[in-house]
Design a protein around this ligand. Sequence first.
Ligand code: MSP
Length: 505
Amino acid sequence: MNNFFITTPIYYVNDKPHIGHAYTTIACDIISRFKKLDGENVFFLTGTDEHGQKVEKAAIKSSTNPQDFVNKMSLNFEKLIPFLGCQINDFIRTTEKRHIKATQYLWNQLKDNNQIYLSNYEGWYSVRDEAFYTESELTKNGDQLIATSGAPVEWVKEESYFFKLSHWQDKLINFYEKNPEAILPKSRYNEVLSFIKGGLKDLSISRTTFNWGVPVPNDHKHVMYVWIDALCNYITALGYPNFEKKKYKDFWPGTHIVGKDILRFHAVYWPAFLMAADLPPPKRIFAHGWWTNEGKKISKSIGNVINPYEIIKQYGLDQIRYFLFREVPFGNDGDFSKDSIAQRVNADLSNNYGNLIQRVAIFIVKNCNSKVIKHSKINEEDEKLINFFELKFKEYKNQMQAFQIDRALKSIFELLSETNSYVDKQAPWSLKKTDFERMNNVLFLICNIIIKCSIMLNPIIPESTNKALKIFNIDPLTINFTNFSNMINNDIIITNPKPIFPRIN
Ligand code: MSP
């Protein structure tokens, strides 16, 4: 059995979760559910990033001590996971003992390997991004200098430990040239490679002007830079520094899904830290795009932040999961608009998929005593549809393996449209009067395809497809892709067909 480790970024707890956080978590859930159906042994990790100046400032603003503040805020993220229909294996918090121990161990490894030195940092820092910037990356907005992300920067001058990032430039280039799929999509791979080729400077990795961080071993005047602490979460959760732990052995290196804004940390700093500590770099990093709201950048100051609880209560969980991953190619930016949600849900889920299930299931209940007899007699028309199914299933699997979720969904819906046309053309309601056996055979093929499409859709819309499968008397706990071609080996009994996707007005 293949092992597969997938992670979300760990979320800053300075504020409540919004649609951007929900998006990354659902993406990982979709991929992890797909991998499980495909027979892989999956470990899905998420959690919260609780140190650093940004979180400390938020705690001070709410007049709470930082530990109480992060305890409370982290719960908002933990509780959101089941609400999003996500099934995780571990939730890590960077203020946990296991993590502080792992981070200090990693630091000591870097120190022992002569990768860290003490000097002075003088330059620009953005607390909002928790990132250092060079002068050339800044623009002026009135009197305030701002980074490309739009975040304000401030001048920082303090003693700091540095990581010898510059030493890793050639090794990183070499690694990525040998592993062209280690960063996806391709455009992001090119972007990272050209950034590295542009030259890497040593990285400041400790701060002395605040306390809310992991103490640097043997020099408690310094706390670690929040990103070295945060990135380490991915191996802490696997039991690092205990390499003998089964989890570490089975699951490292893993796959990270991140937003485009934090790609550099994951694709440059993180593999360099790992290699410098004699550990293998991540297997794959996928950078997704950003959502806007009705054409506008999402921001607290505009007041257009999308609350995942509200939007899911309004439209339904699977409706939102489907919309987020069908509307926009995974990797591109997307616009969240209420009109587009309604259009997508009505056209695809209600009309195409939902209506196919309804018309077929109700017909079988009314005309066949709720039962379709298993058979293997097929004609040319059936064979055409079966071949089309085989083709789309193959496309779907390749697309899901490449994280092209929107394209995989498109393949399924092409198949569903074709199946709807087949129903119209074969017209079981006419066959009922002329050739009952042929009618049965047509229905058996249609039910087969509905069941298989439901399984293919299961990683994206699990709750609804489980309902659909139950209508066809298939136990959702038994589904997978490994016995896919000979799965439906019995008569099909229809139970309780109720509409699954009400139309949105
Ligand atoms: N704590 C760091 C990650 C450390 S990982 C070792 C962090 N946290 S975050 O809470 O600010 O952001 C988490 C994720 O949310 C990022 O991947 C970011 O891209 C994503 N999003 C935040 N706003 C978003 C949108 N408007 N749209 C899509 N994703 C967005 O960064």
